[in-house]
Design a protein around this ligand. Structure first.
Ligand SMILES: [Fe+2]
Ligand SMILES: [Fe+2]
Length: 166
């Protein structure tokens, strides 16, 4: 676990320390997990999966794309009309923000853009994109289930249409 975190920090230290990622700490993703913690968990899971499966990947791109995949920078539970259809739109919003704040490689761009496929296009084109797609769903399910166990009868916040939000 610790070595995974060191690796994420080595490849994505500048992202982790950025003002945008600091904002992510205040936005809840699933249950009571912030977008920041979710993104970090997804990045570590991506690396773990790639190593377990002995896949040849660009580890730096894998970490950076994963850290930035939910860089949409708003609270999607906020019932603001512009946040409607979050599940369908947030990948392109994340890509736009990430392009503005960081220099992205084509692999990183496709990772971010395709992580909600098939709810939004494009489709994953690289091994790194597929790994992110899997790790994101895996972590989202874990975060949601852990929260249900803690608060079994918690109602979803109003304004949340129940759109999947990984
Ligand atoms: Fe996600
Ligand atoms: Fe997402």
């Amino acid at each position: 676990m610790h070595h995974l975190f060191s690796l994420v920090r080595r490849h994505g230290g500048d992202i982790l320390a950025s003002p945008g990622m600091r904002r992510e700490r205040d936005f809840v993703q699933h249950g009571n997990v912030s977008v920041f913690r979710h993104s970090l968990a997804v990045a570590m899971t991506c690396v773990k999966l790639a190593r377990k499966l002995h896949l040849r990947v660009d580890e730096r791109a894998l970490v950076r794309g994963a850290l930035l995949h939910d860089y949409f920078l708003y609270d999607w539970h906020d019932p603001d009309p512009s946040h409607r259809w979050h599940g369908f739109h947030h990948a392109s919003t994340a890509l736009r923000n990430a392009r503005r704040d960081f220099a992205l490689s084509p692999v990183e761009e496709n990772m971010i853009a395709s992580h909600m496929f098939p709810m939004s296009l494009p489709a994953p084109r690289f091994r790194e994109s597929l790994l992110l797609w899997i790790a994101d769903k895996w972590c989202a399910i874990g975060e949601t289930v852990a929260n249900r166990k803690k608060k079994p009868r918690r109602k979803p916040p109003s304004g949340d249409a129940g759109t999947p939000s990984a």
